[in-house]
Design a protein around this ligand. Structure first.
Ligand SMILES: Nc1ncnc2c1ncn2[C@@H]1O[C@H](COP(=O)(O)OP(=O)(O)O)[C@@H](O)[C@H]1O
Ligand SMILES: [Mg+2]
Length: 241
């Protein structure tokens, strides 16, 4: 579970708030989609949840641990896939996965099973001995997903995770998200593409210009505009801003 309580952030030198008074709970056992146009504040919010960016006002707890005052314990709770997978380029895939497993103190057996299971599901098992700099965008994305999940976190936080994935990779990731939520865990992912929402999300949060426009179940969202496509609902909501 992730709890945001009146969270705001303004980047230095910018007048407008990137995130403006956001209160929201991401529930266990559910897949939550975080939607909004480009620049809405999704990545900023996810980075505050993960402790990458500081919070100006308000507070965030992950499984009850405050990310500002109980950071180490809060960080043990989640795996985070950033929006930009162009990191650790000089390492091979397996070196990067080993590094992340070391950071989290992941036992050797778990590492091996994670590398084998996810590596094969994502079709990059044979490429793990190559440098990440030689990977395509989608392959980098896949290795970052594997790295985020290697310590078996209960909370998954994925920033635009489908970007650049091939159809098989996107399918496998969605299946993994579904399986993880069904085991009672939290899965939070951001996207500006609504196509994935219908098949994947239980809950939805929509923001624009840092402000929350909607938060509830997917069915509740659909009920706000009967006989309207999700895309149309999204466009109408965000164009009011
Ligand atoms: N590191 C940064 N420094 C300054 N401004 C930023 C930074 N990151 C994002 N912003 C600004 O904050 C706003 C929200 O951006 P972001 O959180 O990346 O939105 P989204 O992920 O929804 O596309 C935008 O106006 C963006 O230009
Ligand atoms: Mg973003």
């Amino acid at each position: 579970m992730i709890e945001l309580n009146h969270v705001s952030k303004t980047y230095t030198g910018k007048g407008a708030k990137a995130v403006d008074d956001l209160t929201w709970t991401v529930k266990d056992g559910r897949i939550t989609g975080f939607f909004g146009p480009n620049g809405a504040g999704k990545s900023t919010t996810l980075k505050m949840i993960c402790g990458v960016h500081s919070i100006d006002e308000g507070s965030i707890k992950i499984n009850g641990h405050d990310i500002a005052t109980d950071a180490i314990e809060a960080k043990r709770q989640f795996g985070y896939v950033p929006d930009d997978p162009d990191r650790f380029l000089r390492l091979t895939g397996i070196e990067y996965l080993d590094f992340m497993a070391d950071v989290y103190g992941t036992p050797a057996e778990r590492r091996a099973s994670c590398v084998e299971e996810y590596g094969k599901r994502f079709d990059i098992y044979d490429a793990l001995s190559s440098r990440i700099s030689d990977y395509s965008h989608g392959m980098r994305q896949k290795v970052h997903v594997m790295a985020a999940l290697i310590h078996e976190p209960s909370v998954w936080i994925l920033d635009e995770p489908m970007t650049g994935l091939d159809p098989k990779g996107a399918y496998e990731l969605k299946e993994m998200m579904r399986e993880h939520a069904e085991r009672g865990n939290s899965v939070l992912f951001s996207t500006h593409v609504l196509e994935t929402a219908d098949a994947l999300c239980d809950d939805v949060c929509i923001i624009a210009r840092g402000r929350k426009l909607f938060n509830g179940t997917l069915d509740e969202l659909k009920a706000t505009h009967p006989d309207t496509s999700l895309e149309q609902i999204f466009l109408e909501m965000t164009s009011d801003e």
